[in-house]
Design a protein around this ligand. Structure first.
Ligand code: FAD
Length: 516
């Protein structure tokens, strides 16, 4: 195995950003004789769409796009490449909400996963069942959007337990990363709430895997950045869906009180969601999140900025199930009574479960006039608790707030590390409590290169200060950086790649391995 590992060629410092034209004949000619040929598109319209993503920073034109009409189409394509004397790369494209070309395949074939729903699943990509050993669960196509999973499961009074802030992401896309939001402290990330997967490996094999069957593939794929296989079905944990939620926002002027309260709440039973953010005075208090505050509340909150340098917002939610029993307000009062937010700066709202979960969508729609389509040089990090005070002083206050170079929400919230399974590919810092920090920049008002420069400055600061951060939705350009990112997991990640995708066909846009 060591001999084989020696021959893995990893992309080094050659950036692939910006390549625009495919080489002629980059796919073997006989691909046109396959059954799937009718569903392959080589035209500019199709390949252009497949060379874009939410980040709008990287554009890599594929040679073709496959619009699969069945899972077998993807098996056939992958087998064909694997058995070819000159294999070509293949990227599953979920909803393309990556920010650095991770779902692109320069000169290869992009598999437009959502076409499975149009052609094959016929809108029935979510099947709900129950078993004595698993309880309620949903078998969900990898191409399904989480919003569709939510709508389908709610019809049965059920719902998944772990979410992302935004629901127009595919199941396969978020399970390839982790899938986190304010529920993760309690339930773990979405990858922690999966019983079973159907996966097409880089060898073109179609395998079902779980903790008990083909377990190495199961753990590899979860958080595996699309490197080991294409997820075509996930069996997702379901629980009883709440009817409504009590949704609370509080404001702090002091980071230690803010983080202490957050950490207290994630170690106490009772809340279902805990998040937080840096609320800059140049930002609208609710940013692109749902219109939570009344105009009167907004001007009260704005007045805080004349008094305090930096304001942090904490957002918590308690679900409730029975509309006739009115104890939830009292339970909430007990949970929040010892907290140290700025007196009087607590705001509460009662909302339906779906309105709460789908809160980012309304902002997206209101930004539709082009603002959603600007470049997004996002930086997402996991910061160990031991470094969060220094991170606040050095990054949130000094680099971001004082330089006044923010353009988008800045999320900061703690998660319990014990909910992460180390056998999975996802990488997080090795401490009991870790903070998810999302610098969700939008270019436009500030040039995206300036924001990207700030991202580099932040990473350099952490490095110098000895804060052992890990990138979430990672993006690196050199082998050394990837090896460093995976740390102790690098050798197993490598071995699994050799086992499940030995020709390095899958998800080349991540820039970890090179086709060969
Ligand atoms: P894509 O961008 O299409 O693909 C991502 C990667 O996964 C690519 O490498 C691709 O090849 C691979 N892939 C796609 N489908 C499959 C499959 N079926 N099998 C195997 N590999 C596959 N993340 C969070 O955790 N929490 C959040 O709250 C959150 N909010 C977000 C809000 C917005 C507005 C945006 C743009 C992103 C957000 N994200 C969040 C990040 C998001 O989870 C990832 O970018 C995720 O990859 C997006 O899913 P997608 O379907 O768009 O994946």
């Amino acid at each position: 195995i060591h001999f084989i590992l020696l021959f893995i060629v990893i992309i080094n410092s050659t950036s692939i950003i910006g390549k625009s034209k495919p080489l002629p004949n980059s796919l073997p000619c006989d691909i046109r004789s396959l059954d799937i040929a009718a569903r392959l598109r080589f035209d500019h319209d199709a390949t252009k769409i497949a060379s874009t993503d939410f980040g709008n920073l990287s554009h890599q034109i594929p040679a073709a796009v496959l619009n699969p009409s069945s899972v077998k189409d993807i098996v056939d394509l992958t087998k064909f490449s694997y058995n070819c004397s000159v294999p070509f790369s293949i990227a599953a494209r979920g909803h393309a909400h990556s920010v650095r070309g991770q779902a692109m395949a320069y000169n290869g074939v992009v598999v437009n996963m959502t076409s499975l729903n149009d052609h094959y699943r016929n809108g029935s990509g979510v099947r709900i069942s129950w078993s004595a050993s698993l309880g309620s669960y949903a078998d969900v196509g990898g191409e399904q959007l989480w919003i569709d999973v939510l709508n389908a499961t709610l019809e049965h009074g059920l719902a998944p337990v772990s979410w992302t802030d935004y629901l127009y992401l595919t199941v396969g896309g978020t399970l390839s990363n982790a899938g986190i939001s304010g529920q993760a402290f309690h339930y773990g990330p979405q990858i922690n709430n999966v019983h079973e997967l159907d996966v097409i490996t880089g060898r073109g094999e179609f395998l079902t895997c779980s903790k008990h069957k083909n377990s190495e593939l199961f753990y590899a794929v979860l958080g595996g950045l699309g490197q080991f296989g294409i997820i075509t079905r996930a069996r997702i944990v379901l629980d009883k869906a709440p009817k409504r939620v009590k949704w609370v926002q509080m404001f702090y002027s002091n980071f230690s009180a803010f983080s202490r309260d957050q950490e207290h709440l994630i170690s106490t039973k009772g809340l279902d969601y805990v998040e937080g953010s840096l609320t800059g005075d140049d930002n609208h208090p609710n940013n692109w999140r749902s219109p939570f505050f009344s105009p009167a509340d907004q001007s009260r909150i704005a007045s805080l900025f004349t008094k305090y340098e930096v304001i942090y917002g904490m957002e918590v939610v308690k679900y409730y199930y029975d509309l006739s029993v009115d104890t939830v307000d009292e339970e909430l009062r007990m949970l929040l009574k010892e907290l140290n937010f700025i007196p009087g700066f607590i705001f509460m709202k009662d909302a339906s479960f779906i309105d709460f979960l789908n809160r980012v969508r309304s902002e997206e729609l209101s930004l539709a006039k082009g603002l959603w389509d600007v470049p997004h040089p996002w930086l997402n990090l996991f910061v160990p608790k031991s470094g969060i005070m220094d991170f606040n002083a050095g990054v949130l206050v000094h680099i971001i707030h004082k330089q006044n170079k923010t353009s988008g929400p800045i999320l900061v919230y703690p998660i319990n590390r014990q909910k992460w399974d180390d056998r999975m590919s996802a990488v997080v810092p090795d401490e009991e409590t870790i903070y998810a920090v999302g610098l969700l920049h939008s270019g436009g008002a500030i040039d995206w290169q300036v924001l990207d420069g700030q991202n580099k400055e932040i990473l350099q600061f952490c490095d110098k200060a000895g804060i052992k951060v890990k990138q979430y939705l990672p993006h690196y350009e050199t082998k050394e950086e990837w090896v460093n990112h995976f740390g102790a997991k690098w050798s197993i990640f490598n071995e699994r790649k050799v086992k499940f995708d030995p020709k390095m066909i899958l998800s080349p846009g991540q820039g970890i391995f090179r086709l060969g």
